[in-house]
Design a protein around this ligand. Structure first.
Ligand code: ZN
Ligand code: ZN
Length: 286
């Protein structure tokens, strides 16, 4: 759960992953990814008012995050459309941070993929107040930081003045996180052992967050040549990300693999019951 107040010691007119209270005085906003604990204040009228107060005040994020944000929660963030600017990843971009009481400050920002959920990034800021790195949740393998060119300069790692880590996983419970590959292999083998029993055997994948299991869904889709059933509402969230939406279907009868939240219970349970005599397995994702 994010506990970051939104502002760093450096670049005080920038706010990240927090869009309420004193952050409303900032003049540049950054969103690392679309998990609700990093989006506090984003839907509030006061934040929209702040964006509208000056056309140079923008919300910056990756292109995938922009697409997901504008289509998630039935369009709850659609009104932010003209204020959201997608920056390309791994590509240093020079930005002017507006300053209403003096000269605008220039900062170079680089979005570094964080491999946490679709669109998730870290922000590397370089400018007069030093080089600082902000990251929300991330999922890097051991040694991968050394392979990120933006964090290195020649053969040495860049000197980072401050590192801000705002992650749910800074807890003893998460000292060991299995690799993506390990998780994938276990989940695929569990699904395989069940759906091979008959075409009527179904698997329901349940995740805690609405976003973040896409890697597994893509792998399941590839392995079993079956799309994953999701709700219409969730399908709308992926409207702008066809590389992800192609793994899914909104037809509940066309697949043995479901991630369709409550719909299974409320709408389709009856038809599944006829098929498999209440023999539905629920494999918890987390
Ligand atoms: Zn997250
Ligand atoms: Zn389903």
């Amino acid at each position: 759960m994010s506990t970051f107040c939104g502002q760093m010691r450096e670049y005080s007119r920038i706010s990240l992953d927090r869009f309420d209270k004193e952050n409303l005085e900032s003049t540049a906003f950054f969103l690392s990814h679309c998990h609700t604990d990093h989006m506090v204040g984003l839907s509030y009228p006061s934040f929209h008012y702040r964006l509208n107060s000056c056309r140079d005040i923008k919300l910056y994020c990756s292109e995938v995050t922009r697409q997901i944000l504008l289509h998630m929660q039935d369009g709850n963030y659609k009104h932010l459309d003209k204020h959201v600017v997608a920056l390309s990843e791994n590509n240093p971009t020079r930005l002017k941070i507006p300053n209403f009481s003096g000269k605008a400050e220039e900062v170079v920002v680089t979005l570094i993929p964080a491999a946490h959920c679709p669109g998730s990034v870290m922000f590397l800021f370089e400018g007069e107040e030093g080089t600082v790195l902000y990251t929300g949740d991330f999922r890097l393998e051991k040694g991968s930081a050394a392979r990120i060119p933006q964090l290195n300069s020649g053969s040495r790692s860049k000197s980072i003045r401050s590192l801000y880590v705002d992650t749910t996983f800074c807890t003893p419970k998460a000292f060991h996180i299995p690799s993506r590959q390990e998780c994938r292999d276990v989940i695929i083998s569990v699904i395989d052992s069940w759906i091979q029993l008959s075409p009527a055997h179904m698997v329901v994948l349940r995740g805690k967050a609405s976003l973040g299991y896409e890697y597994i869904y893509e792998e399941v889709n590839k392995e079993f040549k079956q799309k994953i059933h999701i709700s219409e509402r969730k399908m709308r969230m992926y409207t702008g990300v066809p590389q992800i939406s192609k793994c899914f279907t909104t037809d509940p009868m066309g697949t043995q693999v479901h991630a369709c939240e409550k719909q299974l219970k409320t709408v389709y349970m009856a038809s599944f019951n006829q098929l498999i005599e209440k023999d539905i397995a629920q494999k918890q994702l987390s």
